[in-house]
Write a protein that binds this ligand. Sequence first.
Ligand SMILES: C[S@@+](CC[C@H](N)C(=O)[O-])C[C@H]1O[C@@H](n2cnc3c(N)ncnc32)[C@H](O)[C@@H]1O
Length: 316
Amino acid sequence: MQTLAAGLSPLGLKSTISIVILLASAALASAYAGEANVPYVPTPQVVVDRMLEIGKVGPQDYLIDLGSGDGRIVVTAAKKYGARGFGVDLNPTRISEATENARQAGVVDKVAFYQRDLYATDLSQATVITMYLLPRVNLELRPRILDLKPGTRIVSHDFSMGEWKPELHEELEAKDKYGGSGGRSDIYLWIVPAKVAGTWQSELQVHGKPVPYEIAMQQQFQTVSGSVRVGGRTAKIENAILQGERLTFEFTADVGGAPIKHQFNGRVDGANIAGTADLSGPKLQSRMDWSATRTTRAASTSGNNALMGAAVSPTH
Ligand SMILES: C[S@@+](CC[C@H](N)C(=O)[O-])C[C@H]1O[C@@H](n2cnc3c(N)ncnc32)[C@H](O)[C@@H]1O
């Protein structure tokens, strides 16, 4: 029997491929237009492999795939990297396929698949979340994701997270996308940032004397800005980087009559930051332990933070 492709001219074949891609895109787009759920389109294995590399998945990780299809992401994470985790999908056929794939891969002790709505799934155990959903669904999940443990990695196939800029965005060609038609895939990585917006109090010993610092930080997702009040003056925070719970920033302020560059580096743990401060000035080169305590917490401007719209309030 002549196959459809064999009976087509090269131009016809190209059109057929275009139609298949259009239909697959249309399936995703129609769900985007308002359906509750996301259609099944499996992530090509080459993209799965790259997603797990980008997410730096390892044996310590607990990975949750939201809308897990045939389980390929969770199963690969367990087989290749020794990770544990689970997948959820609404479709019972997908759950059976995924469970069978886990059995064949010999990873049933590490992974499980549940027929469950991703919106009703507890994500708190995750160190890595993977998803191939839709822009609208990603945006709906965003507030919950931003409330997860700082440092949780989120890896999404093809769809972004609105104005929350990814740490990394990569494109690659996948020959087996859309059932073999081939296509380009986008992979995005985000790292859940700690919540640092608010006012923090700190003290350093400079030239043998205690010097109080008041640090005011604003935050939009992982972007941090603000100022530091020290010695009756205000200095602007520069080069702030917030990656998960790790925070670094710099400022230059007059302390003891001379300009001193301060580089703060610490780990945020709720209302505390602990780390080191490097001070350098004309008569000073010193590294010391540094800690700060939040005295007032402010809303981060992440557009959907639970604190959004709240006035500055006491820290808990
Ligand atoms: C685009 S497929 C991705 C499958 C798999 N994650 C992968 O990358 O190969 C989306 C999957 O999400 C599932 N899904 C759609 N809406 C869901 C919901 N509300 N809760 C759980 N699963 C859902 C679909 O059944 C489908 O299997």
